[in-house]
Write a protein that binds this ligand. Structure first.
Ligand code: AMP
Length: 141
């Protein structure tokens, strides 16, 4: 079972409602994808279903199917946009697993051989860099 209730005022719910800005790279009826503001590598994207769920544990399987299809699309786009050797996809459930924002999201992170990931929730990236990286990804979609 889940470890808490869904809070409609979490930061991703506010981004989905347009109350907080984000660098969006993709949107369809069910899913939004935007740049992570503390990227673990250039091109780090978050794929977020519009439907409310705290994380994977309480999500509707139909929403998961819609979301993972977008994860695949974004993974291919970031691989091309950043000429990556691979793509890391990850997702955290509850604080013990490292979750800090309690609206379901998947991390999609381009990886290059020999380059270590920066820390999770580490340093804020400049807006101009995030905007430029978003444009690179959009060009591949
Ligand atoms: P987690 O819940 O542990 O999977 O991590 C939440 C992620 O959201 C972290 O990678 C943060 O850098 C990222 N994040 C937090 N606030 C924002 C925001 N306003 N816009 C985009 N990404 C964010």
């Amino acid at each position: 079972m889940t470890s808490g209730a869904y809070d409609d005022n979490n930061i991703f719910a506010k981004i989905l409602r347009g109350k907080i800005p984000s660098h969006r790279v993709f949107e369809n009826e069910h899913v939004v994808a935007f740049m992570d503001v503390m990227p673990q590598a250039p091109g780090h994207v978050l794929v977020v279903p519009k439907a409310a769920s705290r994380n994977l544990l309480d999500a509707d399987p139909a929403v998961l199917a819609q979301t993972i299809a977008v994860v695949q699309k974004i993974a291919n786009a970031v691989k091309e946009a950043f000429d990556a050797d691979g793509v890391f996809v990850c997702q955290f459930n509850e604080p013990a697993a490292g979750q800090t924002v309690f609206h379901l999201h998947f991390h999609v992170i381009p990886r290059h051989e020999g380059t270590a990931l920066k820390p999770h929730s580490g340093k804020m990236e400049d807006n101009a860099v995030l905007a430029a990286n978003a444009e690179k990804i959009k060009a591949e979609l």
